[in-house]
Write a protein that binds this ligand. Structure first.
Ligand code: PSU
Ligand code: MN
Length: 303
């Protein structure tokens, strides 16, 4: 493998003995959450994965090298880097060639996880088709990466700031299976329901593992979305959600936010408009996804 991707010795050893490993991304650490919450959440997610019997591999970029499995001081350095680059598959090579530091989105993390041989990945919500795509053309590289990399991504659906019906349609077009864990509906990140269907409801993680294993055994060339709704107790109340979302979208429109800035801008607006409640929901669903991802990795490793 290229020396641009460095697998931490503990992760390499775990993969060599076929132990369960769960990949974690770093854009949510640097751009999705305010500091110092970002680093605290990253550390918390690693301990949740460990408690679930799997090995956490947090992925990010330091000085032109993709690290698969970052230590605490490396994470802190990444989070403390001013104007750290948000890296998807498009700007990955140039970022590395420049020797720069960056955080990996779902897209870039999928690429690195697959290259390292990791099959399970936990995040908050995947990127998708943005609202007003007809004028902006903004579709997250996460969707294309899901169509290319054979990794199962445990998420609370896609961020509700997106056009969810078009995001679900795009997953269908790309042939990326969407499995609902205990749900018939594609979750809307802050809320459990979107009114949109998943491809199949799975009663428990064992059923998810059976479907994921079959997908990989068939040699199908895509990833799998494991849609895990935020727990009922942690859902954002509907009224707060509707009004904050409308105001955040209007603010992005008024400020003419474009490209890679859109998602971090909207997440930050949701935070200020909900008095921090959106961050609490985000943390809760991330922890839940890490728990399920560890269970899934354990189930897959057992087979
Ligand atoms: N999920 C979260 N918070 C985040 C993101 C996801 O809970 O900050 C990040 C992910 O890294 C995802 C990225 O890949 O937002 C999508 O950005 P874009 O829409 O620009 O592709
Ligand atoms: Mn985009």
């Amino acid at each position: 493998m290229t020396e641009r991707i460095r697998i931490a010795p503990s992760i390499a050893a775990a993969l060599a003995r076929r132990a369960p490993v769960v990949a974690l991304e770093t854009t949510l650490v640097t751009h999705g959450l305010p500091q110092p919450d970002g680093v605290a959440v990253a550390v918390e997610l690693e301990s949740i994965v460990t408690a679930g019997g799997a090995v956490p591999a947090t992925i990010g970029i330091l000085d032109g090298v993709v690290h698969v499995g970052m230590k605490r001081d490396q994470l802190e350095r990444l989070a403390a880097t001013p104007y750290v680059v948000k890296v998807n598959t498009g700007n990955l090579a140039a970022t590395l060639a420049a020797g720069a530091t960056g955080s990996t989105t779902v897209a870039a993390t999928l690429f690195a996880a697959e290259a390292a041989g990791i099959r399970v990945f936990a995040t908050g919500g995947i990127g998708g088709v943005h609202r007003q795509v007809e004028t902006s053309g903004d579709v997250s590289a996460d969707l294309v990466a899901l169509a290319r990399h054979r990794v199962a991504v445990v998420c609370a659906g896609a961020k509700a700031i997106l056009d969810l019906p078009r995001t679900v349609e795009m997953l269908e077009t790309l042939g990326v299976p969407v499995l609902g864990l205990g749900t018939d509906e594609f979750p809307a990140f802050y809320r459990r329901s979107s009114g949109l269907s998943v491809d199949r409801r799975c009663a428990d993680v064992a059923a998810v593992a059976a479907a994921v294993r079959t997908h990989f055994d068939l040699g199908l060339p895509t990833g799998v979305v494991v849609a895990n709704p935020v727990p009922v107790a942690d859902e954002m109340p509907a009224e707060i959600y509707e009004s904050a979302l409308a105001a955040a979208l209007a603010a992005a429109e008024a400020a003419a936010i474009r490209g890679r800035e859109v998602t971090p801008f909207l997440l930050d607006r949701m935070r200020s408009l909900t008095g921090g409640a959106s961050v609490a929901v985000n943390r809760a669903l991330l922890g839940h996804n890490a728990t399920v991802a560890a269970e899934l990795a354990v189930a897959l490793a057992r087979a």
